[in-house]
Design a protein. Structure first.
Length: 588
C-alpha cells in the first residue's frame, strides 16, 4: 500500500511541476506533507530534509558567493569574461561554459554557478541579450565540469566510497577525465548549436522594464592612482567593462570630443551615461570617482552611513529652468547630485550646466538627516531609496583566501562539505566581507525550501522499496539486449530517479544493484559504476537540484524549459557516455 502511495504522490508532484499550476517550492512542500500525512514517513523523516547537509551547504554557499560579490571579486571575473568574449553572444556563451566547467572540475558546481551568476547577468545586459540565454547554460556548464574529476561532484565521491565494499579500488582523481572532457565538449557544442535556440528570449522592452534600465548622466573623475591613466579611451572598454557610454572629456576646463584614441590623464572628468547601478559601482571602482561624491558639509559621515535616493523634480519646483550650479544645490542641502535622468531625451552637458525640467530624476546622496529634510521639500515630488551596497574591495583578499581554503578542504574531502560551507560563511562574516544582515538577505529561501522538501521523497522510495522494484523492472526489460542495453537502461532509470532525489542518494541506491547485475552478467562492474555516477548527476531536465534551482528565478524560466533544453542535453550525454565508457572501461 505504501509503495502505491509513493508512486501516486510522485506522479501528482511531477504533473504539478510540469504544469506550474503552483510554485514549485510549494509543490515540494505538498509532496512532503502527502508522504507524512499518509504515514509513509514519520514526522522526523519528513522534516529531515531541512537538516540535510545538502541544504546547509547551499545556504552557506549563498553567503560565500554574496561575500565574493560584495568584495568586488565577481566584478573582476565578469570584466575578464567580457574582455575575453567581447560582445559576441556565441563567443560569450562558449567562454562562459568553458569557464564554468573548468572551475567546477575542482569545486562545487553550486558555488561555481552562484559566484558567476551576477557577473553573467551584468554582461548579458551589456551585450543586449536577455540573461535567460546564459543562466541555464551557466548551470549546465558547471554540471558538465563536475563530471571531469573525482572531486568535481559529490556523486563521484559517493560512488567511489562504495567500490571498496565490492573489492574494487576507489576512483582516482582524474579517472573521470577521459569521459568527462568529451562530455563537457559535447555539451557545449549542443548548447551553442541547438540548446540556446530553445531557450526563452525576452524582448527588449520586457527586459528593460524588468531591470528598470534608465540611462542617467553623471561625471566621473580619474584619480591620480587610476590604472586608466595614459590609456586611450578605446583601451578602457568603458562601454563593455563598465557599461557606460562616454559623452565627453573635460580637461582643465576644456571640453574634448570622446575619440577612441584620446589618452586619459589624471584629473580628467568624463561625462558618461549609463544605468544607475553601474554608475554607483564606479564609486567602488579602482581609480575612479563620481565628481560630486564629496560634500562640503558633514564630511565626517562615512560611506556606510550615507543614503542614496531618487528624487523627481515636482511641477511646482522653483528649480525648473535653473542649473545645479545656480541654485547652489550642495551648499543649500548639504547633499550631492550624483546623476540626472530625463525621460526620452539625451543629456550631453555637465551636470552643473544642465537646466532642470519638470520630471527630471535626480540621484542624490547625503546623510540621513539631510535626506530626511529633503523629503519635506516641495521642490521634489518623491524620494525613493536606492539600494546600493558599497563594495568592500579592501576585504577582497580575505574573501578569496577563505573561498580557496574552503574549496581545497572540500575538494580533498578533508571535512564534510556542509561544515566547510558553514565555516566559510562564518569566516566571511567575521572578516567583514559581508554583514550578517546581508548574509541572511542573500540566501534564496525558496530554493532552500524546494530542496529540503524534495529530499524526503528519496527517503520514501528507499524505505518502501519502490526504487528497488523500479530497478528490477529496468533490468528485466533490457536484459534481452545484452550488457550494453542493460547499461543504457540503468542510465535512463538513474536519470529519472535522480530528479526527485538527491544525486548522491540516488547513486548510492542504484550503484549496488548495478554492480550486482554486472557481476551476474560477468562484465566489468566498474563500467556500470562510472555510468551510474555520470547519470546520477544529470540534473539538466528539471530545476529540482541546487545547481539548476539557483538560476530558475533569475532566468525567469518555466519547468518546461528545463524539460525541453535539458532533456535533449541528457540524451547527448547518454550517447557519449555509452560510446566512451566501453573504450576506457571495457565491459569484458
Amino acid at each position: 500500500m505504501q509503495i502505491t502511495i509513493v508512486f501516486v504522490v510522485l506522479l501528482i508532484a511531477v504533473a504539478l511541476f510540469v504544469t506550474e499550476v503552483l510554485p514549485i517550492d510549494l509543490v515540494a512542500m505538498l509532496m512532503l506533507l502527502g508522504l507524512a500525512l499518509t504515514g509513509v514517513l514519520t514526522p522526523a523523516e519528513a522534516l529531515s530534509g531541512f537538516s540535510d547537509p545538502a541544504v546547509i551547504t547551499i545556504a552557506g554557499f549563498f553567503v560565500i558567493s554574496a561575500a565574493l560579490f560584495n568584495t568586488g571579486v565577481v566584478e573582476a571575473i565578469g570584466r575578464r569574461l567580457y574582455l575575453v568574449s567581447g560582445s559576441s553572444k556565441t563567443q560569450f556563451l562558449i567562454v562562459l561554459m568553458l569557464t564554468a566547467a573548468a572551475i567546477a572540475s575542482f569545486m562545487s558546481n553550486v558555488v561555481t554557478t552562484a559566484v558567476l551568476m551576477p557577473a553573467v547577468i551584468g554582461i548579458a545586459r551589456r551585450i543586449k541579450h536577455p540573461a535567460s540565454q546564459f543562466l541555464m547554460p551557466l548551470s549546465f556548464g558547471a554540471v558538465l565540469g563536475g563530471k571531469c574529476t573525482l572531486v568535481g561532484s559529490a556523486t563521484n565521491l559517493a560512488v567511489s566510497g562504495l567500490l571498496p565494499k565490492y573489492n574494487l579500488p576507489p576512483f582516482t582523481l582524474f579517472e573521470f577525465a577521459p569521459l568527462g572532457i568529451p562530455l563537457a565538449v559535447a555539451g557545449i557544442i549542443y548548447m551553442v548549436v541547438l540548446g540556446v535556440r530553445l531557450l526563452p528570449e525576452h524582448d527588449v522592452s520586457e527586459f528593460t522594464e524588468e531591470y528598470q534600465l534608465k540611462e542617467y548622466v553623471t561625471e566621473v573623475v580619474i584619480r591620480a592612482d587610476s590604472p586608466l591613466i595614459e590609456k586611450t579611451l578605446g583601451e578602457t572598454h568603458f562601454r563593455g567593462v563598465y557599461d557606460l557610454q562616454v559623452l565627453g572629456i573635460v580637461r582643465e576646463g576644456e571640453r574634448m570630443l570622446p575619440h577612441r584614441d584620446a589618452k586619459l590623464q589624471a584629473g580628467d572628468v568624463l561625462l558618461v551615461k549609463g544605468k544607475l547601478e553601474q554608475i554607483l559601482s564606479i564609486k567602488d571602482a579602482q581609480g575612479l570617482d563620481i565628481k560630486s561624491d564629496k560634500t562640503p558639509q558633514e564630511t565626517d559621515v562615512s560611506p556606510e552611513e550615507t543614503v542614496i535616493v531618487e528624487a523627481i523634480l515636482s511641477p511646482n519646483s522653483a528649480f525648473a529652468g535653473r542649473t545645479l550650479k545656480r541654485i547652489r544645490f550642495a551648499t543649500r542641502y548639504g547633499a550631492d547630485v550624483l546623476a540626472i535622468y530625463r525621460h526620452r531625451q539625451a543629456l550631453h552637458e555637465k551636470l552643473s550646466d544642465i537646466r532642470l525640467n519638470f520630471g527630471d530624476v535626480l540621484v542624490i546622496q547625503g546623510s540621513p538627516r539631510r535626506i530626511n529634510s529633503l523629503r519635506e521639500d516641495p521642490n521634489f515630488l518623491t524620494l525613493d531609496d536606492v539600494e546600493h551596497t558599497p563594495l568592500r574591495k579592501k576585504r577582497a583578499a580575505w574573501a578569496v583566501a577563505i573561498f580557496l581554503l574552503a574549496a581545497i578542504v572540500a575538494g580533498l574531502n578533508l571535512k564534510p562539505i556542509a561544515l566547510v560551507a558553514l565555516a566559510a560563511a562564518a569566516g566571511m562574516i567575521l572578516a567583514r566581507c559581508i554583514s550578517i544582515r546581508d548574509a541572511y538577505a542573500k540566501i534564496a529561501w525558496s530554493a532552500i525550501v524546494l530542496i529540503a522538501a524534495s529530499i524526503p521523497m528519496g527517503l520514501a522510495m528507499e524505505k518502501t522499496g519502490a526504487a528497488r522494484i523500479l530497478a528490477h523492472y529496468v533490468t528485466q526489460f533490457f536484459s534481452f539486449g545484452g550488457p550494453m542495453f542493460i547499461l543504457g537502461g540503468f542510465f535512463v532509470f538513474t536519470v529519472l530517479l535522480t530528479q526527485p532525489m538527491a544525486n548522491a542518494a540516488c547513486a548510492l541506491l542504484i550503484t549496488p544493484i548495478a554492480i550486482n547485475v554486472a557481476n551476474q552478467l560477468q562484465v566489468n562492474p566498474r563500467a556500470f559504476a562510472v555510468t551510474i555516477s555520470i547519470a546520477a548527476s544529470c540534473t539538466f531536465p528539471t530545476p529540482l537540484e541546487p545547481v539548476t534551482a539557483i538560476v530558475y528565478g533569475p532566468g525567469k524560466y518555466h519547468f518546461a524549459d528545463y524539460v525541453r533544453v535539458g532533456g535533449l542535453l541528457t540524451l547527448v550525454i547518454m550517447i557519449v557516455t555509452l560510446v566512451v565508457v566501453p573504450i576506457f572501461w571495457p565491459l569484458r
